[in-house]
Design a protein. Structure first.
Length: 276
């Protein structure tokens, strides 16, 4: 699908229209593994301080695309990423850009909570900061408290920061992972089905947290849950497996348009549960 993607977005929330650059830009992005194309020719903008959902059936390339945004495919020898991905004006795949720096600016929360089980709650939160060379205890303490407050976990754990992360519930562990990502103050937070293994109460809290967090960080989320996408996201990218079994972008638009008046009939069929 060819799509004209504007380099800037126009905000009319104030008395004067303001031209704002997107947080990220994807241009003809493709991902392949050992020569087999998994995602092809994806282009869209990720709006700043918004939640963008990647939706579509299993096998359509959502997680593959998400992992390309902060170069997690670098860890797979057979992976190849083509096209261009920009974090503001920085080419994510610039060979001179250290991946450690990139991943502190584009954080990741995985599908299943993955705290370091033998580390304390405190050490989990500040692990990224320590990896980046920060040793000052006062700075670490301040960052840990701020991140745990932002992840709505501080009140629950402030009296047991030395306890192992494995003592937390599943929902608390996922919020700990969010706090760990937030501690390094990323500009963008990637979330790969962050509630798929959680109970309804924990899911609701994570969704509420996303709505709160987008005031300070741009969020890109993969979800199979259409109700969740409708609740939390501002924009949606609908991907579908093509005949060659590669994922392609069918439609990108505001969540309101995707759910109420999509341009492509396949989008409507998927939203209404006719397949997928």
């Amino acid at each position: 699908m060819e799509e004209l993607v504007m380099e800037h977005n126009i905000s009319t929330s104030g008395p004067t229209a303001v031209l704002t650059a997107p947080a990220m830009r994807l241009r003809q992005v493709g991902v392949s593994f050992a020569g087999r194309t998994a995602v092809r020719n994806v282009s869209f903008n990720v709006d700043e301080n918004k939640v963008t959902s990647l939706i579509g059936p299993s096998g359509s390339g959502k997680t593959t695309l998400l992992r390309s945004l902060n170069r997690l495919h670098d860890l797979t020898k057979t992976a190849s990423v083509t096209g261009e991905i920009y974090l503001r004006d920085i080419n994510v795949y610039d060979g001179d850009l250290p991946t450690t720096l990139l991943r502190s600016r584009i954080g990741m929360v995985f599908q299943r909570p993955n705290p370091f089980p033998t580390m304390s709650i405190y050490d989990n939160v500040v692990s990224g900061l320590r990896f980046n060379g920060i040793k000052d205890r006062a700075l670490l303490d301040e960052a840990a408290e701020s991140a745990l407050i932002s992840a709505a976990l501080w009140d629950s754990v402030k009296g047991r920061l030395k306890a192992h992360a494995s003592t937390l519930s599943g929902g608390e562990q996922q919020r700990l992972c969010i706090a760990r990502a937030l501690a390094v103050e990323p500009e963008v937070l990637l979330m790969d089905e962050p509630t798929s293994s959680l109970d309804p109460v924990s899911t609701q809290r994570i969704e509420e947290l996303m709505t709160e967090l987008k005031q300070r960080v741009t969020i890109v989320i993969v979800t199979h849950n259409m109700q969740q996408a409708a609740r939390v996201s501002d924009n949606c990218a609908f991907l579908l497996m093509a005949e060659d079994r590669s994922g392609e972008l069918i439609e990108f638009a505001t969540t309101e348009k995707i759910f109420n008046n999509p341009d492509d009939p396949r989008t409507l069929d998927y939203i209404q549960g006719r397949f997928g």
